[in-house]
Design a protein around this ligand. Structure first.
Ligand code: ZN
Length: 273
């Protein structure tokens, strides 16, 4: 019988906690390492819907990308979102495990998977880990052949699950793009990185007015710089769940691993003017 401790051991091999950012809170959030695990549900977020899905499926473990308890809480009362989520999981006998930035940096992490889907050649981390040149934040590489920016954005739309806000682009539709930098999830901290500014396009999520505007203005002054492609945060990270599920199935035969299809992107619809 596979136990939660067995799953934690495999998770540590796949996504070592040492790879997590200092501010992150990865690892087991709730659950007894001795409890058996027969079924695992994978999701980006631990929210009411994904918890219901895990409990309805009689899952023993909900593995999420985002840590439910990233910052301190003073209560798990069920009148709060986080208290409700954690209490329902505990009552239902379902453990909760977060694999976040430790799963971002590995070869088959959030950015690595997106780079693979875009068939980037020679993809390397934008910020390599101190202990491994093949691990680290973001990826930068070359498309198999140069394409127009608009074509790249459309290809991305076909790769990512659909969301209400779709894909936003800053740049000329017909600009020819060859070198692409990307970072799954919120990657505005890398906008000024030399590997990003030397690229033709930068794909990431949650780009706000000021960071995006400043990047574009700096490109004007410099005379070169990337077009910006802004995707749904949830969509870019949801892609990783499939790779994570495949790895878990390989390492834990006998455990059923299910990827949640629920869209936990917060936006419901957009009006295009
Ligand atoms: Zn994220």
């Amino acid at each position: 019988m596979t136990t939660l401790a067995d799953v934690l051991s495999v998770a540590e091999d796949l996504w070592p906690a040492s790879g997590a950012e200092a501010w992150d809170a990865v690892g087991l959030v709730a659950g007894d390492p001795a409890q058996p695990v027969r079924r695992v549900v994978l999701a980006v977020d631990a929210v009411a819907d994904t918890v219901s899905e895990a409990l309805d499926a009689r899952a023993d473990l909900l593995l999420t990308h985002h840590p439910l308890l990233l910052r301190g809480v003073t209560s798990v009362a069920e009148t709060t979102y986080k208290g409700s989520v954690i209490s329902r999981l505990i009552r239902g006998g379902c453990a909760l495990l977060a694999c976040h930035t430790n799963a971002d940096v590995v070869e088959d992490g959030t950015s690595g998977v997106l780079a693979q889907r875009l068939r980037l050649r020679g993809a390397t981390p934008i910020v390599p880990s101190a202990d491994s040149p093949t691990r680290g934040l973001g990826r930068v590489g070359d498309l198999p052949e140069p394409v127009e920016l608009g074509v790249l954005a459309r290809e991305l739309a076909g790769i990512l699950p659909s969301t209400a806000t779709g894909i936003r682009v800053a740049g000329d539709y017909r600009r020819v793009v060859s070198r692409v930098a990307l970072c799954g999830g919120a990657g505005d901290s890398l906008l000024a990185h030399p590997a990003v500014t030397a690229s033709d396009a930068y794909i990431t999520s949650d780009l706000r007015h000021h960071p995006a505007s400043e990047s574009l203005e700096q490109t004007l002054v410099r005379g070169s710089g990337p077009a910006l492609i802004d995707t749904s945060h949830w969509a870019s990270e949801w892609l990783w769940l499939d790779a994570a599920a495949q790895a878990l199935r390989r390492e834990l035969p006998g455990v059923e691993v299910v990827v949640s299809e629920l869209r936990t992107d917060p936006w419901s619809f957009a009006i295009v003017q």
